[in-house]
Design a binder for this molecule. Structure first.
Ligand code: ZN
Ligand code: ZN
Length: 108
């Protein structure tokens, strides 16, 4: 009997890594702060009104840390989005319309 093991690196866990913990969406313009966490630049700036702390691990920064754009993460997000977009595109195909007969098919 062969044991079936889950691959240690799956797209599902990757999706988790690519999700901003503030807006819970894939990073949009991801930036890295000194504690090592990543957020969308806009999300992070929104939380940084009175004090500068990491929304994830709550590390407090005395001064506003310099935001470094995470270009690698940005690229990964783009790649992941285009892959994840594949199946969604298929869902757009009007299988339903076909199943309902030639409903939207009246055009000449
Ligand atoms: Zn965000
Ligand atoms: Zn942090």
């Amino acid at each position: 009997m062969a044991a079936i093991e889950d691959p240690p690196f799956s797209l599902l866990s990757l999706e988790d890594e690519l999700t901003c913990s503030i807006c819970l969406s894939p990073f949009d313009c991801p930036v890295t702060i000194p504690c090592g966490h990543n957020f969308c630049q806009d999300c992070l700036l929104t939380t940084w009104t009175d004090s500068y702390s990491c929304p994830q691990c709550r590390t407090l920064f005395a001064t506003r840390p310099e935001l470094k754009k995470n270009t690698v993460l940005s690229t990964v997000v783009e790649t992941f989005r285009s892959r994840a977009g594949g199946p969604k595109e298929e869902l757009r195909t009007p299988f339903g319309a076909l199943a309902h007969g030639n409903h939207g098919h009246m055009k000449k």
